[in-house]
Write a protein that binds this ligand. Sequence first.
Ligand SMILES: [Zn+2]
Length: 419
Amino acid sequence: MNIYFIIIIGIIFFEYTLSFVVRTLNLNSLDPNLPKEFEDTFDNDKYLKSQEYTKTNSKFAYITSTFSLLVSLMFIFGFPQLGINPVYNEIDQFVRLYGYGNIVAGLMFFGLLTLITDFINIPFGLYKTFVIEERFGFNKTTYSTYFTDKLKAYFLMILLGAPLLSLTFFFFETYDNYAWIFAWVLIVSFTLIIQPIYNIFIAPMYNKFTPLDKGTLLTKINDYLKNVDFPVKKLEVMDGSKRSGHSNAYFSGMGKNKRIALFDTLMEQMDEDEILSVIAHEVGHYKLKHVHTGIFLSAVQSGIMFFILSLFINNRTLFDVFGMQETSVYASLVFFSILYTPISMIMGVFFSIISRKNEFAADEYSAKTANMPECLISGLKKMSKENLSNLTPHWLNVFLNYSHPPVLKRIEALKQYNK
Ligand SMILES: [Zn+2]
C-alpha cells in the first residue's frame, strides 16, 4: 500500500470534514436575539438580514466545498467509468507532446491547470457576486468590470507569476541540495519588492485613488499623524464602491512611502472621529511593529516550506498516487502543496492567533493615542452593521479562521479605556 495515498486521501477528507463541522457549529451558534451591545446600531430587520447573510454564505460554502472535493478527487483519480483519466497526468502528457524543455513545459502545466480550475469555478464566482452579493445589496460591479478584472489577473499572473515559477523550476532542476535556499531568497525578495510595485502599478489598475479633499477630516488626520510622529506620503480615497458596498481602510508601503487608502464606502458610513480612530488603529499596527514581524514570520514560514518541498521533489511514490507516468519538478510543486496542507493549516492557526492579539494591541494604541475609544467602538459597530458581519461566530471558527477577534470582544476590550 502506498503510504502517500493514505496521507493524501486523509488530508483531503479531513480538510473537507473539518470545514463542514466548523461551518455547522457556526450556523448553530447564530443567536436569534440581538446582542445588547448592538441595540443602538442594529434594528431587528438589519440583524435578521445579517444572520440571513451568514446562512446564505454558509449554504453556498457547503455546495462549493463539496464540488471542489469532487474536482480534487477527479483530478487525482479520474473517473474511469466515464472514460476520464487522472487529470494531472492527462495535462502532463499533453504538455509533453510539444517537446519543450522542463521550464516551458512546467509553465504550460501550471497555465493549463490554472485555466481549467478557473473555468470550472466561473459559475460559482458569478453566482457569489451577481446573486448572493446582489441580493444583500453589496454588489456594485458590472459584468464587464468582473471579466476585465479576470483578464487583468491573468495578465499579472503571466507578468509576475511566470518569471517566478520559471526561476523556481530552474533552481530545483539545477541545484540539488541548495535549491530551496535560492527559491526561498527569491520569494522573500519578491514579497519585499512587490509592495511598491503594487502601490504604483497594480492597485491603480483596479481602482481610482484621489487625494483626500481639504477639510476638517484632513486637518484632524494630519494633526494626529504629526502628534504620533507618523509621516505619511499619501492620504487617498479609493473608489471601493465601484465593485462592492463592503467597507474598509488600509495602509501600505514602508519607510518614507507609507500611504493610507480609505474606501469611499467607509467615508460614507462613518463620521470623522470614527474614521480617525480607525486610522489610529492602522497606525498602531505599524508603530507596534506588527507589519515587520508579519513579514519576518511569513519569510520563516516560506523557508520551512521550501526546505520540506526539497525533500519531496521527484518522489516516485508520491507521483504514483496521482497516476503520473513521469516525474517532474513542476508537478512535484503541485503535489507537495497538497501534502503540505496540514502544516500550512497549523501555521495558519498560529498566525491567526498572533494576528488577533495584534488587533487588540492596535485597538489599544488607537484608544490611547487618538483618545476616543468610544468612537472606535461606534465605528466598529457601524462597520459590522454595514458589512452584515456575524456578531456571534462559534469559537472554533474564530480559533481556526479569524484574523480579527469577534467585534464584541474588541468592544469589551476597548471599554476599559473609556474615560
Ligand atoms: Zn487591524
